[in-house]
Write a protein that binds this ligand. Structure first.
Ligand code: ADP
Length: 216
């Protein structure tokens, strides 16, 4: 399975990305984690991006694309798929990752979009800040990250919707519930991926499910 995870900060990309990776036995490629690892090891790349991360700004497309290209190549060498978390974050990255993946015959089969509203996201991120001390989890930087998401990341969702590979899930529910809906939707998508070309598929929108059953 080859999956892109597109979601605002605080929607649960990391947690749900790990769940998907375990379920489908694919590597979890999380660009934020990979960048923070460079910062922690004080590599030249880490030192060059630290300031961007602290301010909640996007790192340059070239840097993240190089990292992701290497990870997707490694996944291909192992004969595995991937769940890519945190990329693409703008239209340039979306086009570039598509080209890279196409040359490797590793294009994404599903784009999973986690939907949540800003107030809930800020609440979650501030709660996490109290526990984890991530350098970008201050209220000001959180607002900046959300603004960047709305401005440059969210518009790419439409592009995937038109390609028929989008699955949208309501992330305003408990972690367990979101996880179950994701796995159910992806399992439902699995036979379609093999049999129906992207262009002939319909996106799946489960965002009404949470409300239908009462969010918790
Ligand atoms: P969040 O989605 O909660 O902001 P991430 O761990 O996905 O957390 O990303 C943290 C930071 O890493 C981002 O604010 C940005 O600075 C950088 N980053 C991660 N992925 C990308 C990307 N694809 N392009 C540019 N910058 C990125």
């Amino acid at each position: 399975m080859r999956i892109l995870l597109v979601a605002p900060p605080g929607a649960g990309k990391g947690t749900q990305g790990a769940l998907i990776a375990t379920h489908f036995d694919v590597p979890h490629i999380a660009t934020g984690d990979l960048l923070r690892d460079h910062v922690a090891r004080r590599t030249p790349l880490g030192l060059s991006v630290q300031d961007c991360l602290d301010r909640g700004e996007l790192v340059s497309d070239e840097i993240v694309l190089d990292i992701v290209r290497a990870e997707v190549e490694a996944a291909k060498a192992e004969g595995r798929g991937y769940v890519l978390d945190g990329m693409p974050r703008n239209m340039t990255q979306a086009r570039a990752i598509y080209q890279i993946a196409r040359t490797l015959d590793m294009t994404a089969q599903v784009v999973l979009h986690l939907v949540a509203d800003d107030d809930e996201l800020v609440r979650r991120l501030l709660a996490r800040a109290a526990l984890e001390h991530r350098s970008d989890d201050t209220e000001e930087v959180i607002r900046r990250r959300l603004a960047i998401y709305q401005e440059v990341t969210h518009p790419i969702v439409e592009w995937y919707d038109q390609r028929g590979i989008l699955v949208a899930v309501d992330a305003m529910q408990s972690v367990d519930r979101v996880g179950r809906q994701i796995l159910t939707a992806l399992e439902a998508m699995r036979p379609l991926i093999k049999l129906v070309p992207d262009s002939a598929r319909q996106s799946i929108d489960l965002t009404g499910l949470g409300k239908a059953f009462g969010n918790h």
